[in-house]
Design a protein around this ligand. Structure first.
Ligand code: GLV
Length: 392
């Protein structure tokens, strides 16, 4: 295979490099995967407005997300078990994002710890927080993120219980993988992955193991969430977390205008319109389809970001046109990481950057901050032909 030109090609390559249980972990949605698929399909249905004879020199993709300058408005989303797509995955992805000039968000459920990522990067990254019942542990995660110099806290609101992903159950997903014949076979058939894993000590949940009381090995994400995550998380907890953190706060998992208004009332800096990549409530609409009503509900009171279904720079453009100030990619960077390590994350970002740049130019704009609904093509309604009248 030559140099990958699309995210789909990186995905195909990752499928051949990464053991099935981890590749599937990224490439899965809850239950029927209907929402996961809708996230992508609904982007494809949005059409762009082609313009001609507009000066397209000196183009710029630079923008801001929560006041931070970004080389393009695309952050790396928090993704669990990133260090299982490739050895030291979170460190490599954070380094690639830093060099590219876009934010990296470290998941609570990462393999490399907050401190480890901080020690291997030079600029602040963002930290995503899951809220456990043990508030002392939550407070300690927040302090650790502060001590590591993280410049934003991304609080996930939509995963207090885990949506059921059939592939994970069937694969017997765990980190590190179990020593059953099936799992040994999955690893043995991915020798480059396996060899690189032998070169690192980071094989389990770095933010948790050795930090949370009584936790030696989490192995199963589903049992850990069921036991530890707090199903009573409420808006008053958001206020408590905001106070503990004291810095930029992003609320992730908003899909409803009413929730969006409540989120804006908390004084947070941004919301992420997100259905968790279709991994939580299967049957929820795609994130891009609800973006306009959420943007309308909150107006200028809070910055609106979006994740879910972005597989190209064109998708980024569409989200920006519909009112998102920033976007996130999860699976696209994981595929790059699984396929080629750090270089692959840069490839994924590069693919998206080129697509975004060319799309912007062909839509007649030179500055990405000018993206708006006027760049979208609104098809004329189809006029139904009148049924022919029977002749008298
Ligand atoms: C965790 O964030 C997951 O979606 O698996």
């Amino acid at each position: 295979m030559g140099t990958p030109l699309t995210i789909a090609e990186l995905k195909a390559r990752a499928r051949r490099r990464v053991p099935k249980m981890f590749f599937d972990y990224a490439d899965s949605g809850a239950w029927t995967e209907g929402t996961y698929k809708a996230n992508e399909a609904d982007f494809a249905a949005i059409k762009l407005r082609q313009r001609v004879l507009v000066d397209m020199t000196n183009r710029s993709l630079q923008s801001t997300m929560i006041g931070e300058t970004v080389s393009m408005p695309v952050a790396l989303a928090p993704t669990g078990l990133t260090g299982m797509q490739h050895a030291d995955g979170e460190i490599l992805a954070a380094q690639a994002a830093e060099a590219f000039g876009v934010p990296f968000t470290l998941s609570t459920m990462s393999i490399c710890s907050i401190e480890d990522v901080a020690a291997h990067t030079t600029k602040p990254f963002w930290f995503q927080l899951y809220v456990m019942k043990d508030r002392t542990f939550v407070a300690s995660l927040i302090s650790r993120a502060k001590a590591a110099g993280c410049s934003a806290l991304v609080l996930t609101l939509d995963l207090q219980i885990l949506g059921q992903r059939h592939k994970d159950i069937r694969n017997g997903l765990s980190a590190p993988p179990k020593f059953t014949p099936k799992h040994v076979w999955q690893v043995a058939t991915r020798p480059f992955w396996a060899w690189e894993m032998t070169q690192t000590k980071r094989h389990s949940f770095g933010n948790i193991v050795g930090h949370a009381k009584g936790v030696g090995d989490l192995s199963s994400l589903s049992s850990w969430t069921a036991e530890q995550f707090d199903p009573r998380l409420s808006w008053s907890d958001v206020a408590w977390i905001k106070e503990q953190w004291g810095g930029k706060l992003i609320l992730k998992g908003i899909m409803d205008p009413e929730d969006a208004r409540r989120a804006a009332d908390t004084g947070a800096d941004a919301i992420i319109v997100s259905n968790h990549g279709g991994r939580q409530l299967d049957g929820a609409p795609s994130s891009i389809s609800v973006l306009p009503e959420i943007v309308q509900a909150v107006g200028d009171s809070i910055e609106v970001h979006l994740d879910g279904g972005i597989r190209s720079g064109q998708d980024v453009m569409k989200a920006l046109c519909l009112g998102a100030k920033g976007t996130y990619i999860g699976r696209p960077f994981l595929y790059g990481l699984g396929a080629y390590g750090k270089r692959g994350v840069t490839m994924a970002l590069d693919i998206i950057r080129k697509e975004l740049d060319i799309t912007m130019a062909l839509c007649g704009k030179r500055d990405i901050r000018e993206a708006g609904p006027d760049l979208l093509h609104h098809r004329l309604p189809v006029v139904e032909a009148e049924p022919a009248r029977p002749s008298q």
